[in-house]
Design a protein around this ligand. Structure first.
Ligand code: NI
Length: 174
């Protein structure tokens, strides 16, 4: 596995549309493995292929959903879950939305408030070309919406209601 260079603004590759993946071969699986490695190295909780200059519809996300209303702070954090989705599309999104702070590995140094659906259904394929369907809530639903936007050249700064420079890195970048 190889850590690839993450492309940042204003590189116009971030603004282009990614192609649908039609061939599920070892090249695709190498791309996926490299994306996971690159995301972990950054570190980030999500990465879309255009962020490493590959205009194909692939996203990887690795995130540990914190429990809400934790009664015992001594509880260990849940293990992070790795998602790999090829040709992802949002099949359903809740009309209920929530504001949250996002940062992006391709837009370093700034964060912004973005309104996203609280729950979504994502359809796509796994690394072997088999159909998958994910029902997602909370922060991971937000990350998926951010990554899928990358596949059509949309950045969180296009959607943010306010943008600022944080004094320290307190947001997981995606
Ligand atoms: Ni991003």
């Amino acid at each position: 596995m190889t850590v690839r260079k993450i492309i940042t603004v204003p590189d116009e590759v971030l603004r282009r549309k990614a192609r649908e993946v039609k061939i599920f071969d070892d090249n695709l699986r190498t791309l996926i493995d490299d994306m996971v490695e690159t995301m972990r190295d950054a570190p980030g909780v999500g990465l879309a292929a255009p962020q490493i200059g590959v205009l194909e519809q692939v996203v990887v996300i690795e995130f540990a959903e914190a429990k809400e209303n934790e009664e015992n702070e001594e509880d260990e954090a849940p293990p992070p879950k790795l998602y790999v989705v090829v040709n992802p599309e949002i099949a359903r999104m809740s009309s209920e939305k929530v504001m949250g702070v996002e940062g992006c590995l391709s837009v370093p140094g700034i964060v912004g408030d973005v309104e996203r659906s609280t729950s979504i259904v994502v359809k796509g394929k796994n690394r072997n070309g088999q159909k998958i369907k994910l029902k997602l809530n909370g922060w991971v639903a937000r990350i998926f919406q951010h990554e899928i936007d990358h596949l059509t050249g949309v950045l969180f700064t296009d959607l943010a209601e306010s943008i600022w420079q944080p004094e320290e890195d307190y947001v997981d970048n995606v």
